[in-house]
Design a protein. Structure first.
Ligand code: GLV
Ligand code: MN
Ligand code: MN
Length: 415
């Protein structure tokens, strides 16, 4: 193959430009799904897709696709690249955006080089991958893959009381295409690792072969408000204390297990939330993950048993709502092999690995051969404004994606 490379300056410049969109008064990057700042980011992306001469399509759940359909390939399934451009609260600039903008860079490079792909190419930006405002996460790709009806997804009520469908209409991204209208031949997602493995081992490229299972639950504990000064400790029904015991239980159990299980309580609220009132209610989320489905079920069962015991001991009522549940995923071995070959051919160190984070690729793997490429995250930091990847690593990952795409769209190639 004649060597080709993506335009590094353009890719890095676009990552920075997109990362400047959606800053709040304190300078924090917040582009929650279907918000005003998400609209600004989407508008910027669509302008770039149009400048690249791609056909832009938006589906009913707001997924954006930029499609390069060479003449005569009207009905062929595309090789799809992509990720997401929504963010968490106080985010870094690479999570998701890197994959979408690299997908665009790959298509632009191939078009400019006069490459004739054996099938169309598409880049996707899926709605609400983060799941911060509306659960579950990976929602746009889940709907695209047929795992959740578009009606149910659009009716989702957010953490701020908004309804996703109305918000998508309001920001102008309730598209007309039926979700799943563009079935991919295969799907490849490039992403920062968001964990410490590659940086720690000094390896440039991760060929992601598995992705761990994810369980999200919302727990509500109802106790009784009472006076903080007058109520003896033995007479309390303290929802706040009960919630704290769950946090400690999850952490201690995961740490003691000597397994890859991870457990996080990332959101918590007390009511009435006053310094001198025993909390009447505590609401919090539980994020449990494990690469092994049987073990993830055991962890869920252990939490349920603990909550039963806690309700008795603390004299509180506890209810649990399931927000998301996704089993571990095994990616397509042929694509994983192509990623390794592409890294090797460029002289880049590489290793197979599992993904600790959730990704749109795990949904696309339900309907097409799929895999992911990771690049190192400095110090393994992500979902944090300090999230960073060296420019050279970003460019290397995009060039590996380029080579994988060339190989997968060569005449006669299977995934
Ligand atoms: C997505 O960012 C996740 O929570 O893994
Ligand atoms: Mn992401
Ligand atoms: Mn993320």
């Amino acid at each position: 193959m004649t060597p080709l490379s993506i335009d590094a300056e353009r890719l890095l410049g676009r990552i920075r430009t997109l990362g400047s969109i959606g800053r709040d008064a304190d300078g924090r990057l917040v582009r929650l799904a279907a918000s005003d700042t998400d609209r600004e980011g989407r508008d910027r992306l669509v302008a770039w897709l149009e400048e690249a001469g791609l056909d832009v399509a938006v589906d009913r759940i707001g997924n954006i696709f930029g499609i390069w359909r060479p003449a005569g390939m009207e009905d062929a399934a595309p090789l799809m690249l992509g990720s997401h451009i929504d963010t968490v609260i106080d985010a870094g600039i690479y999570d998701g955006c890197y994959g979408v903008l690299s997908g665009l860079a790959v298509i632009e490079t191939l078009k400019a080089a006069g490459f004739s792909p054996a099938r169309p190419l598409a880049v996707a930006a899926f709605t609400n991958e983060e799941g911060v405002r509306y659960a579950p996460d990976m929602m746009g790709s889940l709907v695209h893959a047929g795992g959740l009806s578009v009606e149910a997804a659009l009716a989702t009520v957010g953490t701020d009381g908004t309804v996703l469908g109305r918000e998508l209409e309001r920001i102008g991204y309730a598209g007309g295409n039926a979700p799943g209208f563009l079935t991919p031949h295969a799907y490849v997602e490039l992403h920062i690792e968001q964990g410490p493995v590659l940086a720690h081992e000094g390896i440039a490229i991760g060929a992601v072969e598995t992705l761990q299972g994810i369980s999200w639950q919302k727990v509500t504990i109802d106790g009784k408000a009472n006076h903080a000064g007058t109520t003896p400790m033995a007479m309390r029904q303290d929802a706040g204390h009960a919630a704290a015991r769950v946090v400690a239980f999850l952490r201690e159990r995961a740490r003691a297990s000597q397994t890859p299980t991870v457990a996080t309580v990332g959101c918590m609220a007390f009511e009435p939330n006053a310094i001198n009132v025993i909390p009447a209610r505590a609401t919090f989320t539980v994020d449990l993950r494990d690469p092994d489905e049987a073990r993830l079920r055991e962890e869920e069962a252990a939490l349920a048993a603990f909550l039963d015991r806690l309700a008795q001991e603390e004299k509180v009522a506890i209810s649990v709502e399931r927000l998301a549940r996704f089993e571990p995923v095994t990616f397509d071995a042929r694509i994983v092999g192509r990623i390794e070959s592409a890294a090797r051919a460029r002289g880049l160190s590489h290793r197979r690995m599992t993904s600790g984070a959730g990704h749109d690729a795990q949904m696309m793997a339900r309907i097409a051969p799929a895999a992911m490429i990771f690049v190192p995250s400095i110090a393994g930091i992500s979902h944090n404004p300090a999230e960073r990847t060296e420019d050279a690593d970003l460019v290397a990952g995009a060039n590996v994606l380029l080579d994988v795409v060339r190989a997968m769209t060569a005449e006669g190639a299977s995934p």
